[in-house]
Design a protein around this ligand. Structure first.
Ligand SMILES: Cc1cc2nc3c(=O)[nH]c(=O)nc-3n(C[C@H](O)[C@H](O)[C@H](O)COP(=O)(O)O)c2cc1C
Length: 412
């Protein structure tokens, strides 16, 4: 296999205590042939099944086996700001590969257990993690293993599934390590994806606006910002230069993403205008109030009396963005409540036309587990030709990645 995307990239490979661990030697050779720098971490169990020397020779680097070094005085070490192994490995990785992955290590990762160098480094990394399980068929089919795999998938960990065949333990069934070319191909794809937004300036808006009634009370909506945050996070992980404009009370994003908080619709619009010229792609996922209060009070309004609010429509931010910068790629969002699929996509298409947007993401916030303040979403993405792509109910991280894939296809 020839894969230019691997040239100069660092791949950290965790070798765990599975009978297939010697097969990773060929994988390491293949990755290095394609120009990757390979760093190996072996678990204690792996060292019972294979020799460190073979992996040292194959990778050309010292094999790492433990979190702590017996001769290091860590109090002094940390004072001198010396590198800590699990953090350095987590930071240098363009990709983390666990191959072969035992049921044990999969279970530890799925449950945030960090009790050795491999699992601690994985907890500390923001690189994509690709897991290649290999085990006895009963271990693979064990509901706990399956639950751990499905939990990790939802969290955007990647898998190359084991295959059916004769197993080293004498059984026949699913559990054999996947073919090495399948693994190398997936490594290449993930590394390409990790950098596919490099050099792109992306502005993401997320969360709810709020409009004051008086200094204490506001009109707002139920948006948590989770969908927009997930998009900002995934774009950041894929190498983009991301600025997140986030609703004042929305959830915090992971990672060190540049951000500014907004309050009212006008505040959000002014902030967008400030950055729009210097933006390639804008993903406007914030839930913007349709109304502002005309008769808002400067002092707290007394209770126990009737109150009549006069509401005026706010600026339609989405419809102004292309007018302000013709060059940007514009993705907008349309939330509807209890709509049919056709109703939803028609409404999205109408918005796309009026905003001259490139894509509109439509979702039905009336559906269970989709929309506001949940970790999952189901969306329909409508383009200028009224072509509709359905992203099934998935974790918002997975939906975010799919949305970015669709944008990349359009801008290429
Ligand atoms: C000879 C032998 C072969 C093993 N092969 C596997 C295997 O293929 N897959 C697996 O999940 N566990 C296998 N195990 C069990 C693991 O080594 C054990 O669960 C261990 O705790 C894994 O530790 P680790 O995940 O830190 O490497 C094997 C154990 C032995 C003794």
């Amino acid at each position: 296999m020839k894969n230019n995307s691997l040239r100069g990239r660092s791949i950290v490979i965790g070798i765990t205590g599975g009978i297939a661990c010697y097969k990773s030697l060929d994988l390491i050779e293949e990755l290095r042939k394609n120009g990757a720098n390979v760093h190996i971490i072996m678990t204690e169990s792996a060292m019972h099944l294979a020799g460190i020397k073979d992996f040292e020779k194959a990778s050309g680097n010292e094999v790492q086996t433990s979190l702590f070094h017996p001769k290091v005085d860590y109090a002094d070490y940390i004072k001198k700001n010396k590198p800590i192994k699990h953090i350095s490995l987590a930071d240098i990785a363009d990709l983390f590969l666990v191959c072969p992955a035992t049921a044990n290590t999969i279970g530890k990762i799925a449950n945030g257990i960090s009790d050795d160098l491999l699992t601690t480094s994985i907890t500390a990394t923001i690189a994509p993690v690709l897991i290649c399980p290999a085990m006895n068929v009963k271990m693979w089919k064990n509901p706990i293993t399956q639950e751990n795999v499905s939990k990790l998938r939802k969290l955007n960990y990647h898998f190359v599934e084991p295959e059916y065949g004769e197993l080293a333990c004498g059984y026949k069934g699913i559990g054999r390590l996947a073919k090495l070319d399948k693994i190398t191909e997936r490594v290449g794809l993930l590394i390409t994806q990790r950098n596919d937004l490099k050099g792109k300036k992306i502005l993401v808006t997320s969360g709810a606006t709020f409009e004051e009634i008086d200094p204490v009370r506001v009109i707002t909506n139920r948006s948590s910002g989770k969908m927009g945050n997930a998009i900002a996070e995934q774009a950041y992980l894929r190498g983009a230069d991301v600025l997140l404009l986030r609703g004042h009370n929305s959830t915090e994003p992971h990672y060190n993403i540049n951000e500014e908080k907004f309050t009212t619709v006008n505040d959000l619009f002014n902030k967008i205008k400030k950055y729009l010229k210097n933006t390639d792609i804008i993903i406007h996922a914030a839930a913007v109030s349709d109304f502002e209060v005309n008769n808002k009070e400067d002092k707290k309004i007394k209770s126990r009396q009737e109150l009549h609010l006069e509401l005026a429509p706010t600026t339609k931010i989405l419809e102004n963005l292309k007018k302000l910068n013709k060059r940007i790629f514009l993705m907008g969002f349309k939330a509807e409540y209890n709509f049919s699929k056709d109703g939803l996509t028609n409404s999205a298409y109408n918005l796309l036309k009026s905003a001259n947007a490139d894509l509109i993401v439509a979702n039905d916030v009336g559906k269970e587990n989709a929309g506001f303040d949940v970790d999952t979403n189901e969306v329909f993405v409508v383009d200028k030709g009224k072509k509709v792509e359905h992203i099934r109910l998935s974790d918002k991280k997975v939906v975010a990645d799919r949305l970015l894939d669709i944008i990349i296809k359009k801008i290429q």
